[in-house]
Design a binder for this molecule. Structure first.
Ligand code: NDP
Length: 297
């Protein structure tokens, strides 16, 4: 079997076009949605992510602001930046690019963001709302993107067994919540696996939908995939590759070559979940702006 490729670039482009329409509608009401990204330090991967978020905002017709602080910036300085952005009427969404330097408590920074502007969905208020299926909350962009990708690619979740490998607060755990809720794109039976899971490959072979988010290049192979299953590879790993101009290439957490011969559908890396994450961040920012002008909508 040769798996169908689930094209995250194309699906994300559709969502971004919808966002542009929403932004244009808001502009007619005199509202320009604004996203602020706080970057602490000079981690090269974080710089790339922050640049692409800013570019995506501008392309959607939104206001974009990047606040770059030195790696040595104190937590007090970072919290003061968050306070300023919380109070800024041009800013509807705020996120702090993770990871932050080790002397900074990321939890304290996240909790300082006004939940109404927490478009990353990491504030405990939004974590709780996501768990409860409360539509006024913000879902974290990557799990939200995975769910949208499944919906828009026509992969049925209702009644399916979804095995999610990786239990982080930004990917696996909220995704297990989203897919198990009684909603469109939900109603799956979810299993959340992690490094202490016994016989991981056997568990994964019971999945109709296998979602892998662990951060290890090519970790899961064809022996972990039921023939015909849908495989969503969230992993983004840099692998040394002397043939590439940059000296590395990006690889997912599953071994694409062997798995695509068994799976029914699979996301590539790059070009799968990554573009969806940015698209959903824009969706959340527009929602935040809409909630500001129509609080009861
Ligand atoms: P974390 O490091 O926070 O979490 C990794 C999870 O994987 C943990 O729950 C860990 O288990 C589990 N894990 C690690 N090794 C194994 C193993 N051998 N067997 C089973 N489980 C294992 O990672 P993130 O969730 O932040 O990111 C995961 C991947 O997704 C990364 O490659 C990251 O770059 C990528 N990512 C991609 C995004 C995108 O937009 N496409 C967005 C966010 C992340 P335990 O808890 O037991 O330690």
């Amino acid at each position: 079997m040769i798996a169908r490729i689930l094209d995250g670039v194309a699906i994300a482009a559709t969502i971004r076009a919808e966002v542009r329409d929403d932004v244009a509608a808001l502009a007619r009401e005199g509202v320009v949605p604004g996203l602020a990204v706080v970057l602490v330090g000079d981690d090269p991967a974080s710089q790339v992510y922050v640049r692409s978020k800013g570019k995506a905002c501008l392309e959607a017709g939104m206001h974009s602001e990047t606040v770059t602080l030195a790696a040595e910036a104190s937590e007090t300085e970072i919290l003061a930046t968050i306070d300023r952005l919380n109070a800024d009427p041009r800013i509807d969404g705020i996120l702090c690019q993770l990871p932050v330097p080790p002397h900074v408590n990321a939890e304290r920074v996240i909790r300082r963001i006004d939940p109404a502007k927490d478009v990353d969905g990491f504030h405990p208020v939004n974590v709780g709302k996501t768990a409860l299926g409360d539509p006024t909350g913000f879902q974290p962009a990557t799990p939200f993107g995975v769910q949208q990708l499944l919906i828009r690619a026509g992969v049925p979740t209702e009644g399916a067994h979804a095995v999610i490998v990786g239990r982080s607060n930004i990917v696996g755990r909220p995704l297990a919540n989203l897919l198990s809720l009684d909603t469109a794109g939900g109603n799956a039976t979810t299993t959340l696996a992690h490094s202490r899971t016994r016989d991981l490959a056997a568990l994964c072979r019971t999945a109709d939908i296998l979602i892998v988010a662990i951060g290890r290049a090519g970790f899961l192979g064809a022996d972990a995939v039921k023939p015909g299953a849908t495989v969503i590879d969230v992993g983004i790993n840099r692998v040394d590759d002397a043939t590439r101009p940059r000296g590395y290439r990006l690889a997912g957490d599953v071994d694409f070559e062997s798995v695509s011969a068994v799976a029914g559908a699979i996301t590539p890396v790059p070009g799968g979940v990554g573009p969806m994450t940015i698209a959903m961040l824009l969706v959340n920012t527009v929602r935040a702006a809409r909630a500001r002008v129509q609080p009861d909508a």
